[in-house]
Design a protein around this ligand. Structure first.
Ligand code: T46
Length: 140
């Protein structure tokens, strides 16, 4: 499956490093929401869902974690272990986040406000959703 990551430009000098994230520039959409998670224990696994329309960029701004992506046919794993790396996740992609380091802070930029009706939180329902969508696409 195709994985899209971004290497954000670092503005570094003797004072440290600054990264700027701007909508429709190095983030490929208009940013409508930002959320982040921390206090993530090494054994926990989060996510277990797909989105029908939401697009997001994930950045592990501190520490590290792994992201499992699944498009219903193939799976891939991405290690987020530096704050200048962004992972772009579009709709119709099952995701799981795991292997969090104790200091991990995972920040997410999203193109829509929070909407529970955009979630598919059951894997079989996700596969059914893709099947129906494909069948409708072939008829059109
Ligand atoms: C995603 C992955 C990467 C809100 O009230 N507002 C929000 O914007 C979000 C994202 C969550 N919530 C509430 C809903 C739940 O009661 O926070 C609680 C935890 O959310 P959830 O279990 O969905 O968290 P994750 O880590 O499994 O998934 C999140 C995002 O929900 C999801 O869109 O792609 O991070």
């Amino acid at each position: 499956m195709r994985i899209t990551t971004f290497d954000f430009e670092e503005h570094g000098d003797e004072r440290g490093i600054l990264i700027s994230l701007e909508e429709n520039l190095n983030i490929p959409f208009t940013i409508r929401r930002c959320y982040f998670m921390y206090n993530l224990m090494p054994g926990v696994r989060r996510g277990y869902h797909a989105h029908k329309t939401l697009r997001q960029v994930l950045v592990c701004v501190r520490g590290s974690c792994r992201i499992l992506l699944d498009d219903g046919t193939e799976q891939a794993t991405v290690l987020l272990d530096r704050p200048n790396l962004g992972l772009y996740i579009t709709a119709d992609t099952w995701r799981e986040m795991y292997d969090f380091s104790e200091d991990a802070v995972l920040m997410v930029l999203a193109d829509q406000l929070y909407d529970e009706s955009d979630y598919i939180r059951n894997y079989d329902a996700f596969l059914d959703y893709l099947k129906k969508k494909n069948a409708e696409g072939k008829q059109a």
